[in-house]
Each structure stands twice: as structure tokens, then as C-alpha cells.
Design a protein around this ligand. Structure first.
Ligand SMILES: Cc1cc2nc3c(=O)[nH]c(=O)nc-3n(C[C@H](O)[C@H](O)[C@H](O)COP(=O)(O)O)c2cc1C
Length: 190
């Protein structure tokens, strides 16, 4: 199986921003249509991608720590998104979407679930105390909102989700020093 997927460049999102906001809604019903790579690439760029040659991102982070990483669960595998190369790296083969459901059965009908996890190796400057924890959660939150607005702009259905078992997600990722905080489940509306 292909272990790296080079993503195509993100596509233009042309919907007026007031419409993007006006249409945003949590949607939990999905058709069986899968996300093609240009749409997936655009979604990942919007929430976790690079928008400058200096490596800066589409979403801000406290002290530019870039400690939140985005993982993709789809029918074929579990993938890590690399902003620098705009590529997906395979972490685990096979359909592990059920590792993110924790009883929310609608997740199975969606082609993609994104997981936003804090990489603890990148939190030295924003760890410790309430302020550190708040910074990390806000950094997750802004990436989630970017993902939701990109879905709205592209006519995709999406729902943000805190309800999953972090340990089950970590097992599927094959990682330990990460803190999965939010999921966004995405597909085409039914
Ligand atoms: C932090 C957070 C966690 C959420 N967790 C879940 C979840 O686990 N499952 C779910 O179906 N919806 C979840 N939601 C979606 C909310 O239920 C939804 O945003 C709320 O009902 C308002 O509806 P709207 O998004 O359509 O405006 C979550 C939303 C937020 C902001």
C-alpha cells in the first residue's frame, strides 16, 4: 500500500464569507460519496496548512508553537498530515474510523474524521499551569473552526466532536506522547 500521498494544491474557495458563516451548521448525516484528494487537501490546508514561505500556518498558535497536529481517519488508513510537504503519511493501514466514535454511530457513515492532537514534544514554551492548558485548547479550537468554515465554503457536511476515547484514538495512531482533543467528522451531506 502507498505509504505517502502527495496532496494536490488546495482549490480556491469562492463562497462569500458571510455565506460561509451563514451556512455553518453541525451536520451528522452523510451520503456515501467519498472526499476526493483536492477537497481533502483544501480542508487540511485550511485547518493545518502553511500559508507562507516562512512556514507560518493558516491557523495561529500560541508563541507560534504549532503544537497541534492533524490526523486523518478514512476507509484506507490512519494518516498524519504534514504541512511542510502537503502530504499524508500512513500511520496504520485499514479502516480505523470506529476508533473515534465512542458510540456516535453516525461517524461510520462519514468518509473522513480528522483528529486534532497536541504533540507534547512541542509544548515546552506553553506548558504548565492553566494558561498553558488554555493555549493548547484554543490552538485546537481555532484549527477546528477553520476546518468547519472550510467545509461550509465547500458545501461539505461536518460536525466538531469532543466525544471520543483518547486512549483508543492513540492506539489507532500508534502514538503515545500526544493529547487528542477534538475530532471533526466530514463528508457530503445526505
Ligand atoms: C467543543 C465542542 C464539542 C462538541 N462535541 C460534539 C460531539 O462529541 N458530538 C456531536 O455530535 N456534536 C458535538 N458538538 C457539536 C455541538 O453539539 C453543536 O455545535 C451545537 O449543538 C450547536 O449546533 P450547531 O453547531 O449546528 O450550531 C460539539 C461542539 C463543540 C464546540
Amino acid at each position: 500500500m502507498q505509504t505517502t500521498i502527495e496532496l494536490p494544491p488546495p482549490v480556491e474557495m469562492t463562497m462569500p464569507f458571510s455565506q460561509v458563516l451563514g451556512r455553518r451548521r453541525s451536520r451528522r448525516e452523510f451520503s456515501d460519496q467519498s472526499l476526493d484528494l483536492p477537497l481533502l487537501s483544501t480542508l487540511l490546508w485550511a485547518c493545518a496548512g502553511q500559508n507562507g514561505a516562512d512556514g507560518r500556518r493558516t491557523a495561529p498558535s500560541a508563541l507560534d508553537s504549532r503544537e497541534v497536529e492533524c490526523f486523518v481517519f478514512d476507509q484506507k488508513g490512519v494518516w498524519s498530515y504534514c504541512a511542510e510537504t502537503n502530504a499524508l503519511k500512513l500511520l496504520a493501514e485499514g479502516d480505523h474510523r470506529s476508533a473515534t466514535t465512542a458510540g456516535q454511530d453516525f461517524v461510520h457513515s462519514a468518509p473522513v474524521t480528522l483528529i486534532f492532537a497536541v504533540n507534547q514534544a512541542k509544548t515546552e514554551r506553553i506548558s504548565g499551569g492553566l494558561a498553558g492548558a488554555i493555549c493548547q485548547s484554543v490552538d485546537v479550537g481555532v484549527m477546528v473552526q477553520n476546518a468547519l468554515l472550510a467545509c461550509s465554503a465547500m458545501g461539505l457536511a461536518a460536525v466538531p466532536r469532543a466525544w471520543f476515547e483518547p486512549q483508543t484514538v492513540l492506539q489507532a495512531l500508534g502514538l503515545t506522547s500526544y493529547d487528542p482533543q477534538m475530532a471533526v467528522t466530514v463528508g457530503f451531506p445526505k
